[in-house]
Design a protein around this ligand. Structure first.
Ligand code: AMP
Length: 282
């Protein structure tokens, strides 16, 4: 795997590939790679094909962090990540240091103003502006034709798709289903920050969502999830919502496709998950 740490270096390497490196696919991440990331990377490898070029980026984007503690505590096992990318058949790993991506007086950001208002956007001010800005920069730097994102971060996926639509960004967005632990916990780089007691408690998030998804009334779903999560003294609920799958606005009935979404704090560690709910699928 080729490692590039600067924007100029990445561009020069990509430009030097015969035929532009064929089909370019990007998997953007913040590192501390787990099986979820590796599934996205395998998908990216398949989309690029043997002749194409698979780019993985690892950048803990300061612009999308709303809490200094979360940014400072974010795991950064660089050597392990490099080895995993090598084994996964990544062609080039883009690892810019913090100072590389933004000029000290940078003043242009991308703002999505509908889908990012609720859910994580409401409790993490500026988060999705940070996501859109770095994702667009990564698209422009890599010249990728396709980028792979995880459904776990469904609001991020929706916001990025809206940016691509509204700004005519020539990148196809490919979505990959959530990869989970055996006990149902969605894989996340933040899971490794949970102590043993919290890690053992965390599968209740998925269990609560599965139990609530059998109900047919959003208000009852919210009540049940709050009750089940409230049974743990180790977590604090950030939000529980039932939203329309397309607009991400709260819904009061289940006539259309919807998502039951939660965010919780285990101490300083914030975890999110969701489940599809809505009209009975036969
Ligand atoms: P992150 O490193 O957390 O920014 O995530 C990088 C990409 O991996 C994003 O597109 C995430 O949605 C995706 N991702 C993170 N966790 C999972 C998971 N458990 N399953 C599938 N995709 C994931």
């Amino acid at each position: 795997v080729r490692i590039e740490r600067t924007r100029d270096g990445l561009r020069a390497w990509l430009d030097g590939l015969p035929g532009g490196g064929g089909m370019r696919v990007l998997v953007p991440t913040m590192g501390a790679l787990h099986r979820g990331h590796l599934a996205l990377i395998a998908r990216g490898r398949a989309l690029a094909g043997p002749e194409g070029t698979l780019v993985v980026s690892i950048f803990v984007n300061p612009l999308q962090f709303d809490r200094a503690e979360d940014l400072a505590g974010y795991p950064r096992p660089e050597e392990r990540d490099e080895a995993l990318c090598r084994e996964a058949g990544v062609d080039v790993l883009f690892l810019p240091p913090a100072g590389e991506m933004y000029a000290s007086d940078h003043s242009v950001t991308v703002s999505e103003r509908a889908l990012s208002l609720g859910l994580c956007g409401a409790v993490r001010p500026g988060h999705f502006d940070g996501v859109c800005t770095v994702v667009l920069k990564l698209f422009l730097l890599t010249g990728c034709r396709v980028a792979v994102f995880g459904e776990k971060d469904f609001q991020q996926l929706a916001v990025v798709r809206r940016m691509v639509r509204d700004l005519d960004v020539p990148v196809e967005i490919d979505a990959f289903p959530t990869v989970r632990e055996e006990d149902g916990l969605a894989l996340s780089s933040r899971n490794q920050r949970l102590d043993a007691a919290r890690r053992a408690d965390a599968p209740r998030i998925r269990r609560a969502l599965l139990e609530a998804a059998r109900l047919s009334d959003p208000a009852e779903m919210l009540r049940l999830v709050r009750t089940r999560l409230g049974e743990s003294p180790l977590l604090r609920v950030d939000y529980v919502e039932v939203v329309d799958a397309a607009t991400l606005r709260p819904v009061e009935d289940l006539r259309g496709a919807a998502l039951l979404a939660v965010a919780v704090f285990y101490g300083e560690v914030r975890l999110i998950d969701h489940i599809a709910v809505g009209p009975r699928r036969e």
